[in-house]
Write a protein that binds this ligand. Structure first.
Ligand SMILES: Cc1ncc(COP(=O)(O)O)c(C=O)c1O
Length: 452
């Protein structure tokens, strides 16, 4: 009864996979926020080094992972694939459940898979200061870790509600040498404007992005790093699925169903896109399911439209599933899933019918996470609980239908810094939030009108 499927360091992929190479239709253009014309590389240069801008637009299928990046990846990669024998037994399902565990990274999630190359390419371009935002704190921790390895100063704007919920995340960022600021903050013009209007604003990823972008735009020696959404981030995360493909072969199985949770879309893309590309090139097809919170239902109830990535409207316009850039989701505990938009590549794949999306409320996700922890031992991050819930529902469907399907899901992070959320769950203090049509329509009414 094999439980772990492990790859040697030498078997770690040397190339990332780019879904753009296999798409039947190309991605819609990215537009300049002022002119609404397609952006060129020079428009993005104040924010990102050229190597990352090139990765943003390339349609090459394979991009080599630089050796210094692979050297750092070796600290925790290849990440293990587990067969969830005990969970299967507890559910009484004939399905085989596998999970790829990304919580083995130093930061505790998949986020260092892109933090490391982003810091590497910035350092190669001579950049010594990076700004970023963080929701749950996982991304901020990861970029802080990467900054410490590549000698880059990192300033992290953490969404205030998470900053207050998770003081130890800030302590980890500071341990790596970064500066962590609650957003909205007094450090930026936009932060001051938000606080003047709403002094007790709980913050949002959209606001934190605006603050981080503002600092980068004002200083030519500072660049900005984003932990999700962008094409190059999804590219870096493809290492998850590429490893999982090798590991599924080791287990002599191929997934019928693949499940991932979606905030900005990066860990979902990481596990799913290599399999999606395999199917687009004529290989076996897996059913792919994205799971999102009902309190921030971007894919299931958002609109596919051009929108800004941030609240101050400084970022380019991308076509994506969005709830409107002014949307402030409630302070539920899966902080990493509280983003108003979705990665354009994930949104485009959804429009092409390449995967399904479902949403769940936070309490049912915590219930699933607790069942998982009591059988498999790992306490998942609240974000990852959404994928656990999705996988469990698929396994229960297999039980009802008497099907022996193979289910693969991405356990994208552990929840060791989220124990206050678990405590609130056990105390019965968590509430569920579903958006009513009126609230949703209000949030969407501010979408920019774009003639594209
Ligand atoms: C553990 C974890 N999972 C998921 C996410 C959501 O991001 P993404 O959809 O880009 O993977 C986050 C974001 O902070 C996270 O920390």
């Amino acid at each position: 009864m094999q439980t772990k499927f492990l790859l040697e360091e030498s078997q770690m992929p040397k190339y990332w996979y780019n879904l753009q190479a296999d798409l039947p239709e190309p991605l819609p253009a990215v537009l300049h926020p002022g002119t609404q014309q397609p952006v060129g590389p020079s428009d993005l240069e104040p924010l990102f080094p050229m190597a990352l801008i090139e990765q943003e637009v390339t349609t090459e299928r394979e991009i080599e992972i630089p050796e210094p990046v692979r050297d750092v990846y070796n600290l925790w990669r290849p990440a293990p694939l587990y067969r969830a024998h005990r969970l299967e037994k507890a559910l009484g399902t004939p399905a085989k459940i596998f999970y790829k565990y990304e919580g083995v990274s130093p930061a505790g999630s998949h986020k260092p898979n892109t933090a490391i190359p982003q810091a590497f390419y910035n350092r190669e371009a001579g950049i010594r200061t990076l700004t970023t935002e963080t929701g749950a704190g996982q991304w901020g921790t990861s970029l802080s870790f990467a900054g410490s390895l590549f000698d880059i100063d990192v300033t992290v704007f953490q969404v205030r509600v998470s900053y207050n919920q998770k003081p130890y995340r800030r302590a980890v960022m500071e341990t790596y040498g970064a500066k962590c600021v609650a957003s909205p903050s007094e450090l930026t013009e936009f932060g001051r404007k938000v606080l003047a209007e709403t002094p007790d604003h709980t913050g949002s990823l959209g606001i934190a992005i605006s603050e981080a972008v503002e600092l980068a735009v004002k200083d030519p020696n500072t660049k900005y790093a984003l932990g999700s959404v962008l094409n190059h981030v999804l590219l870096h995360q493809s290492i998850i699925g590429l490893e999982a493909m090798q590991q599924m072969e080791m287990a002599d199985c191929w997934p019928d169903v693949i499940v991932g949770c979606t905030g900005g879309g990066s860990n979902f893309a990481g596990i799913a896109f290599p399999f999606m590309g395999h199917a687009l090139r004529g290989g076996e097809k897996s059913r792919i399911v994205a799971v999102e919170p009902s309190a921030c239902p971007t894919l299931t109830r958002g609109k596919y439209a051009y929108d800004y990535g941030d609240t101050a409207h400084m970022t380019p316009l991308t076509k994506m599933h969005t709830l409107g850039s002014g949307f402030t989701p409630p302070g539920f505990h899966a902080g990493g899933l509280r983003y108003h938009g979705m990665a354009p590549l994930v949104s485009h794949a959804k429009e092409l019918g390449l995967f399904d999306a479902v949403s769940y409320t936070q309490r049912e996700c915590f219930e699933a996470g607790v069942l998982f922890a009591r059988n498999e031992g790992i306490v998942p991050a609240p974000e990852a609980n959404h994928a656990v819930k999705g996988a469990i529902d698929e396994a229960l469907r297999c039980k009802r239908e008497g099907k022996e399907e193979v289910i693969l899901f991405n356990l994208c992070g552990h929840g060791h810094f989220d124990m206050a959320a678990y405590t609130s769950y056990f105390a019965g203090e968590l509430s569920d939030h579903e958006y009513d049509e009126q609230e949703l329509a209000m949030a969407l009414s501010g979408l920019p009108s774009v003639n594209a």
